[in-house]
Design a protein around this ligand. Sequence first.
Ligand SMILES: [Zn+2]
Length: 79
Amino acid sequence: MSVNTIRKAKKLVESGGVQQIDEDLFQIKSSSDPNKSYFVTSQTCECLGFKNFYKFHHGKGLKANCSHLEAIRLFKKEH
Ligand SMILES: [Zn+2]
């Protein structure tokens, strides 16, 4: 995972961009467009980066990641 992803994730958590909706459902503000937000669980994300990951790495047994999934991990650690 890239340093950039972790830095972005930290910023999302610190700026209050992560909101827990249900036990495993979160709403995370888009870092590029403040009017946009993504619904994220601990396994999936709606964002383009996550979708593209599976498009490009399909069948390689890799687990997709994005700054939003990482933000949830950080968020859970802090709460
Ligand atoms: Zn994402």
